[in-house]
Design a protein around this ligand. Structure first.
Ligand code: DGL
Length: 272
């Protein structure tokens, strides 16, 4: 099956990476809307417009389903796109429910973009699952920019994390929720602030399972899911996926190597 996956940028590669772990034999079109990233501080109407254009582009490429690999885009556009389009649209939301369920005494910290934190979709979710009022929220808008420029160890990034995490008490949390797909790139660094008992929870596993149920796709064996996926050559990436940046096909070696490094970094981050 041909599946379209889109994000404002490269955060959605973490969802594609999870699809590689859980599914085989599918063909993907990955669309990073890098001309318009970040979405997380834009007006909902503007984001909805970008999502409509991207969905139309993916449909033109012949996809049978669309996965919105972006919490921000899902919170403002998923309902509308489902109403307007015929094909299955799978969205994603911060994994607050599993985080709350695995937390008995301590608290849950949800990091997301300002738009996701403001939208009613997340508010409704928290109201539904956070019976004991243990969920706190933290906006991390700048991490999107750091990820897009492949900054995973710069002094500026360290200073940003330091400043943001000094607003909370990390030892209070048993779960840190990646409420934005771009945030998956920095799991090694969060470990410098959060104790070993803080679980880093992302929505990728749940999102791919949801996609599989919806499209009736068979799962890979559990042991295959644990295999490490490392790409050595851009050609290997292109065996499964065609990549686009805001409608332009990614073909030049330098850009493909950028995507390859990002996939390999995301694979590394699965350890944390
Ligand atoms: N990756 C997106 C998300 O999951 C948003 C990043 C952005 O602000 O563009 O929310």
């Amino acid at each position: 099956m041909k599946i379209g996956i889109f994000d404002s940028g490269i955060g959605g590669l973490s969802v594609l990476q999870e699809a590689y772990h859980q599914l085989s034999g599918q063909e993907y079109i990955f669309y990073a809307d890098t001309d318009h990233v970040p979405y997380g501080n834009k007006e909902p109407e503007e984001i909805l417009g970008y999502c409509r254009n991207t969905a139309a582009f993916l449909i033109e490429q012949g996809v049978s389903a669309i996965l919105i690999a972006c919490n921000t885009a899902t919170s403002v556009a998923v309902r509308q796109l489902r109403q307007e389009l015929e094909l299955p649209i799978i969205g994603m939301e911060p994994a607050v429910k599993p985080a709350v369920e695995q937390t008995e005494e301590k608290r849950v910290l949800v990091m997301a973009t300002p738009v996701t934190l403001r939208e009613t979709k997340l508010k409704n979710l928290i109201e539904r699952v956070d019976e004991h009022h243990r969920v706190d929220l933290l906006a991390m808008p700048e991490l999107v920019r750091f990820a897009e420029s492949e900054q995973f160890d710069s002094p500026e990034l360290h200073a940003y994390l330091e400043a943001q995490f000094s607003k909370v008490h990390p030892e209070e949390y048993s779960a840190l929720v990646m409420g934005c797909t771009h945030f998956n790139y920095f799991k090694d660094l969060y470990r410098n602030y959060f104790p070993d008992y803080t679980a880093f929870v992302d929505g990728n596993v749940g999102t791919i399972r949801h996609l599989m149920r919806k499209l009736d796709l068979p799962a890979e064996a559990a042991e295959a899911q644990d295999i490490r996926i490392h790409f050595n050559d851009p050609e290997e990436l292109l065996q499964h996926t065609t990549y686009y940046m805001s409608g332009r096909r990614v073909q030049e070696k330098e850009m493909l190597e950028h995507f390859l490094r990002l996939h390999n970094r995301l694979e590394e981050m699965r350890k944390f």
